[in-house]
Write a protein of this length. Structure first.
Length: 107
């Protein structure tokens, strides 16, 4: 089982990263290969927190786009566990201050 770190996810997602190409190629190899791989929950949380943070990236990735990226990775044949982020976020009660920060732009 290969566990994918949040740094690799960030670099693969953000085209402005100097490590984008190498990280993207590795994720594609995992997604299209036969090796068992997973994205640990903490790494998904870190990925979403980093790429959507306006003090880290200008412009930050919109939350909806970041969630779409995670879902695309998880639709690959081998990732474990397969789960739906949108359903999780929609069903997770959060304090009002947290809900305000995770809303996608334009809602």
């Amino acid at each position: 089982m290969i566990a994918v770190d949040s740094n690799l996810l960030v670099y693969a997602h953000r085209e402005d990263s100097p490590w984008h190409h190498a990280a993207y190629v590795r994720i594609v190899e995992l997604a299209e290969g036969s090796a068992a791989w997973a994205i640990p929950w903490p790494c998904i949380h870190e990925f979403l927190s980093i790429v959507t943070h306006p003090r880290i990236y200008t412009p930050p990735t919109p939350l909806a786009k970041a969630i779409d990226q995670v879902e695309a990775w998880l639709e690959s044949p081998e990732p474990c566990p397969a789960f739906r982020i949108r359903g999780l976020l929609a069903s997770t009660p959060l304090p009002p201050s947290s809900r305000a920060r995770i809303r996608p732009t334009g809602t």
